[in-house]
Design a protein around this ligand. Sequence first.
Ligand code: GCU
Length: 835
Amino acid sequence: MRLFFTTLLFLVSHAIAEDGSQGWLRYAPVPNAPGPESVPSAIIALNATQSSPVFTAGEELQRGIEGILGKRLHLSATAGQSHSAIVVGTVDAYTNAYGDLKEAEDLETDGFFLSATLDKVVIVGQNERGALYGAFEYLSQLAQNNVTCEPLVYNPQAPIRWTNEWDNMDGSIERGYAGPSLFFRDGFVVDNTTRVAEYARLLASIRINGMIVNNVNANATLLSDRNVEGLGRLADAMRPYGVQLGISLNFASPNQTLGTFDPLDPKVDAWWANITNQIYNKVPDMAGYLVKANSEGQPGPLTYNRTLSDGANMFARAVNPHGGVVMFRAFVYDNHISPVNWTNDRANAQLEFFQHLDGNFDDNVVVQIKFGPIDFQVREPASPLFGSLRNTSTAIEVQITPEYLGQNCHLVYLAPQWKEILEFDMRSDNHSSKVKDIITGERFKRPLGGYAGVSGVGSNTTWLGSHIAMSNLYAFGRLAWDASLGSEAILQDWIRLTFGSNQDVLDTITDMSMKSWPAYENYSGNLGVQTLTDILYTHFGPNPASQDNNGWGQWTRADNVSIGMDRTVKNGTGNAGQYPPEIAQIYENLEQTPDNLLLWFHHVPYTQRLKSGKTVIQHFYDAHYEGAATAQTFVKQWKSLEGKIDKERFEHVLFRQTFQAGHSLVWRDSINQFYHNLSAIPDEAKRVGNHPYRIEAESMSLDGYKPYAVNPFHTASGYAAIVTTSNTTIGIATANVTFTTGMYDVAVNYYDLIGGKAKYQLEIGNRTVGRWTGDLEDKLGHAPSIYLDGHSATRITFQGVEVSQGERVRITGQADGIEPAPIDYISFLPPGIVD
Ligand code: GCU
């Protein structure tokens, strides 16, 4: 009977579309679960008000247990017999109904107590939201078949655990890779908030308590009557999940009415007080404001020679009567600094702008600091500002949406990167000063602080555009609650909840994910030189030259003999000296600086020896080969899970891993060609510039096609590709196969631009090997390109093709729109070779 029941559950679960919309809250039946008798038979949720998180908790418990154990429990709000029940409520409600609970005194804001025995489960929150967190925790344990028997108190380490949504009023999302906004369309707040509520549900389950719903590059039209009304609607959708709404403000919003936005002008102050009251009228529990001022063209107090704290405090005064918080971003810098002056340094900006203001911010202001001094690069040291604001509350800002790290078309599990920063010890006053203890307020005894995660979720059912990227959203919430958790342990919870408990699935996704950040770092930017993506265009593909010789200050200072930013006090920008002395001394000193930050702090010859014994340039070459090789193994690893994961998600992830494998080669070759060309130092292993398995398209016989010099040059093999002679032409490129007869994987590298869907056909002899369309823009969410470059460069592979020496290989391309069916090269890869 039990077997029949379990089988039935299994079949039911597999009938449900795995479109990702439930994220990690799928509540799928658990094989070998203890059975329905392992939970009490009723749920008592001690609040009958629908907008209450306790009410939500009751419903969620009912839904979750029905999914996991196949048993629908009776749900009531009446504090009846607690024997054989799951009781969920706040401390107050619980003690009113059932008397004192001794653990209650250990509960902090948002914390909860959970005690689960076979016949009685008690979930008590310090507040309503805490009770909901407790319900989600219990469900997570049930779904992982791992219910903790010991009664435990769970408290957050940081009060602020917010996402930042960079959604624009027109419905687009800045740095979002998963379709249009959930919140806005055509200038207004959306009417249908169903998915907003579903998103809040996911966030509540990882104990996120606030969400800034609009872009930091904010638009004053958010404050129109119609939109303020709309904010009320969004907040109503989020309230049952205990997620408080907040908004980003445009500093100059009063300008249109008042002709000024001077923060010390009483009229401006009154304007903000008034609009703030209006918003609180619609959103009585608004979390607060987020402000990007005097940064990247945004207006701010400096326009009026006022300080940044003058600006922040103006908003602080407005929200203070309502209990609101102002998150004021430290991302303030001049994006027109002169690269000619070697002492200029964007990395110095935050300390220069903020340090002297320490202590001047009102108590409800939190300075929100990006994790590193520049901008979410693949590796940065922790921002020195964390170590120097002692009388100001601070929060760390991380990007869940990996703008510079593959835009969810590459697997990059980010928790290890965040952990590295959180665990970094600033040694302020020669005492332990880990970033994680600074931002919770513990180290400098601050009342506020915490976490902001730039999320990037969109309307795509997968939320982030990729099922496998959701581990990052999950990990953000878990770390914001408890930064001492290990990134692998968090990951494995997410895997079990998302894909089930099959051991191979668990091991494989763990292995891939834990290798993913190092792999990406290896095939993008090494040794602290930054990501080396194209910072002037879409931030997706390689373009190392884009870093230098402009005002953005993301310089690598690469010339033909040396590379790296000299940030020493002795010779350089002085940035190393912004850290507390123990750390400053490490970074100042070439020998002591860790290899992975060498080029962040020092300008060295390519022939400089690392601690590993390799030269910088050889490390570049080797790391790029290693990283790209690892990305190839992800495809094999994922394929090994066929049949162990539902088809829908299996195919989706396989497609992206295959793309990543191809694009990692684009990265590898591009960066290696660039530095090889610049330094003229050969690769000891003779791989760079030497591709014996390739036929360059420009060397084939062309009919309707012509050679094309690709820019940047290093994003094409041999620096050139072919394009059709006109946008309506069919091009044909042919060559004779010179490789020995045998079985090959045949790979075609081509460019997939936005603005057209070219069609291709590959034939060998008189056999058609494959046909495809250049339509990745419909399938991948990364920021597209209209050029042949490192963003559009991609690869398609046909496996196990029998080829005879002397046969003719022929590729036909039909241009479409602005896409001239561009081809870079064809590779004939013997078994085991990837090139
Ligand atoms: C990056 C990002 C921008 C964003 C900015 C910010 O520079 O590319 O899109 O506006 O950060 O954090 O404000």
